[in-house]
Design a protein around this ligand. Sequence first.
Ligand SMILES: [Zn+2]
Length: 356
Amino acid sequence: MRDGKSFSTDLRVLICRLCGAPLTASREGGETTCDYCGAVSVLSRCRDERVRITDPTLQGEPDPEKRERLRMASLERQMETYDEEKNPYAYYGTPSGLEHLDLEYMDPTLPAIASEAFRKAIADCEESGGELNDQRLVFWIALKLKNMWVIRDRPHDARPVIETASEVLTDPGYRQLMFCKMADLARKADDLEAARAWLARCDPRPPLLDLDSDYRTTAAAIAIRQGKWSRVLELVGRERGDVPFEPSSVALLQLQRVEALENLGEGEAAERELGWLLDALDHDFLARWLDGSKMLASCKSVWDRIERGGRVSTSNMEHRDAPGASGPAPDRRMAVYVVIGILVVLCIAAAAYLLT
Ligand SMILES: [Zn+2]
């Protein structure tokens, strides 16, 4: 399993519904016995189809270029009216009924408690025929477990959780998010071939902002690992404002851009883009994030150069205190998004580990 191919799409690794142990199954399905508890699971054939998320407004436009322009305009509007509390794909807060999972990722009791809650959520979801709130709970617990294993530097243990969720969830948006997470886990485990294979199951042009941002940052992380710097910029944009984004991903998107610009030899542009982030982001937080991040290795040198150049950053507090204040310049709006995004990231404790 840990030979560098452990995220291969040729394998199928699920959780045992009875004890939560990993279960290696065939893609054809059938009876599978758990090595740990002996329970026999009867599995259906694995669906390998790619996710395609339809939007009647966009599908009605036959010209692909016009369709893409319409999609981007729609994503911009979604960014301007973003409300995470109404968004089923946002990983914010703790859903009602799951308060007992509100534990630190390193809490020793979390793996057993969350694993049990995951199996219950899956059973409820299957019993209700995939009622949307049940799907949201499966999605949320799957991400909680995934983050927990990543923080513990055990990305392989997250695979059965995410793969099981990808098979149980029927909503195409949730399935897309699970495939993106599998791609990202494979990248973290240095299995780039599998990372690309999982990403290929996603819709590269989804009509929803959360799904679009997740696809962009996941694909950009893989492209960074491959040294495909121009591809990174295609995904995250050359300048801030080039692509709309879901608030919690803005800092990551901006740092991926800095990484690409620096490696393309565009040092000044890299400094400009990082400088903007330094104005809006808590510096200690950013330092912890960059420390030990393989993906963002060049960002630190850009930061060092900015500091050596004696650049004076404007106050963080100016932006934090001013969401409702005067000055509705686009930059101010962007800064507000950054602050929102950062607060979210901070809520996901020890985010730095998630973004290496
Ligand atoms: Zn078992």
